[in-house]
Each structure stands twice: as C-alpha cells, then as structure tokens.
Design a binder for this molecule. Sequence first.
Ligand SMILES: *Cc1c(COP(=O)(O)O)cnc(C)c1O
Length: 404
Amino acid sequence: MSSDKKTVASSTDSVHAGVPKGRPHHALALSIEATATFTFANTAELERYMRGEDPDPSREEYGRYGNPTVCELERRVADLETAEAGVAFSSGMAAIATAVLSLVKAGEHVVLFRDGYRRTRQLVTQTLARFGVEHSIVASGDLNALSAALKDNTRLVIAESPTNPYLYCLDLRGLSALVKARGRIRTLVDATFATPINCRPLELGVDLVVHSATKYLSGHNDVLGGVVVGPQHLISLLRDARGVFGSVLDPHAAFLIARGIKTLGVRVRRQNETALALARMLEGAPEIERVFYPMLESHPSHAIARAQMLGGGGVVSFIVRGGRAAASRLVDAVKIPKIAASLGGVETLIEQPAIMSYSELSEEQLSAIGIDPALVRLAVGIEETADLLADFEQALKLSGRPRA
Ligand SMILES: *Cc1c(COP(=O)(O)O)cnc(C)c1O
C-alpha cells in the first residue's frame, strides 16, 4: 500500500472549493436564504420550471427540496471530497439513515464493521431488521472477514475509517476492489473521523461518503448536520428520499457549517499534530495501559493509516491502568478538556465511553462489544499543543499511581 498516493484536500481547498465566483450584491460571503418556499412570476414561468427548462438551473421550488445556502454547502463538501454531487441533512444520523434506507430493501443483506458508530449499528441491527433487511457484522479493518461475509443478496457495505473509538483504519482501495469484483454491492464510508484533509475515500474507489458535519466540518461544537457525497445518480436518489423523510438542514445551520469549513484545513492539521503528540506522551506514561492512535506504530492499522491518510485526526483513545475509577480520576484531573460527547470542534473534549455513550450497559455487555471500562476518548481541539501536554502531565501526577 505504500505506493498509494495520498491526495487530500488542502487549506486552499477549504477556503475556496465550491465557492461561486460571483454573488448577489458582490458579497464575499455566503448569505442565509431564510425562506421556506420560492415564488414564480406567473404560471408560464412555473410551467417552464416544471418542464426543467428554467434558465436558472439552481432555481428551487420548496425548502424541503432545496435551498441556495444549503446547496452551496453541498457543493463545497462535494468539491472537497472530489465528488460529483452532495446532499445535506439535519444531522449525521439523518444522512446515514437516509442513505441506508435509500440503498437497500427487504430481502437484501448489509455488512458492517464491529467498531462502528453506535447509532449506525442500531439502525442496521434493529431498524433495518424490522423491515426484513439482513445483516452481518465483521471485525474492524478485516477484509478477509468481509469477503467471507458477502452473500448473493449483499447490496451494501457500511464502513468507517478511522473507527470510533478504537481508530481502526480500513484499506479502502482493497475494500472497493473486493466489493466491485462481487458486483451490485455499494460501499458507504462514514469518513467523519478522517475529513477530506486526511483522506478522500472516493478517490480510493468507494461509492458514497458520509460526514457528521456536526464534528470537524463545522468545527465549533455549535451546530448539527450531515452530508453525503458521491455520484450524481446516487445523490439524486438520496435527495428524493430526503424529500420524503423531511430530514432537511436549516439554512442557518448550513451557513454555520459552510463557514466552519473555511478553517477545516488549519484546524485538522493542528488537531493531527496535537493528537499525535498527546498519543506519544500517553504511550510513554506508566499510568496508561494502552493508547490507540493510527499514527502510532503500535496501532494495528498503522500501515494502512500511513498509506492512505495524511494524519491520524484529532481523536486519541486510551485505557488507563487501574480500571474504571482510575480513568475517571484522570478525566476529572485534566483542566482544559471539557467532559462532553462529540469531537472535531475547537474545544478539546474528553469522555469515558463506559459512563457516557454506553452508560446503560453492564460490565459484561461492555466487554461483549469490546468497550473497556477504563477507556477514555479524547477529542483534541485547537488549543496549544504544549498546554494540552502540560495539562495531561499534571493530571497524570494528580490522579496518582495505579493501585492495580
Ligand atoms: C457523530 C457521528 C455520527 C452521527 O452524527 P450526528 O451529527 O450526531 O447525527 C455518525 N458517525 C460518526 C463517526 C460520528 O462521529
């Protein structure tokens, strides 16, 4: 894989990709078109529009089908990912649910990887199951296991790279080749953790890429959104489904996400740097049992991460020696990170999955899905790397040497 050329989006792309040359009133910035519907001057104009002959190809009819502010965001994310088209949704889960429900039907089979976003797994194992869609779950990053799980009625493979929370990376070129050889199977990659700054799955042959724009794309922990990008014919399918489900992104939210994307390049590069520095420091700390970060040589996905990603992203997961309580002591001892779910924003966030995302699960259930009670997920922001390093150093001293 070392011959893979890493082509990723630059900071210049973050600022300029998908931005039109001219705007109404010569404005530099995107404006918020706060309108639920759009008017026609007369019935002849309406009839022309309905025949698809309106001189303005970007013209919209009604807010659930499109909005100029939202459309510009869709164009920008599509361009950042080198996709033909994009479609935005009210959240990452709305994007994933709409994509999955558009791509499979009763009697078909879906494969997903174990260490995935919890609600995506729930969508497949619970919601789709109710509608007669079968599924298999295979080990993260394991293409042999995927190959063995493919069936004649498999129509969709859902993957994440890197995954949450263990940051496994999947050989996306290998995935695409494997699936294409079997025909009629589509690949949907949740690239929320990667961002187009670190990896562009479409260039590696994947069919559709989905982002929770709530995370890195918007980058400020102040808005929810989701975007799917890919070939026009699939995006049109999803756009039609959005018209049915109504999971549209509000133009104000679209504005915030589009503005956030302007700094995506600088933010993600800083987050790559800080996360790597913290991962190295934690790996050397006696209080820490194990660190998961794809750019560490010790990570099982290190080789593939190096081959297909520019950086490892802003999330570092680690297991604290001494169990659940020792992990909680460390989480309480750091001063800069806020205890909160989510990631990818300017503020550093920290959480202990056993008491946040998976709080209702027993120790046995946690172990069944591979979540260590002493696991901590750190999502670095854009604070100074040195400040975060110093904060963790003082916290490790404070939280004390392990008793176990
Ligand atoms: C947050 C997240 C989602 C869900 O996105 P929302 O915007 O919260 O609905 C999906 N996938 C991954 C990897 C995420 O981190």
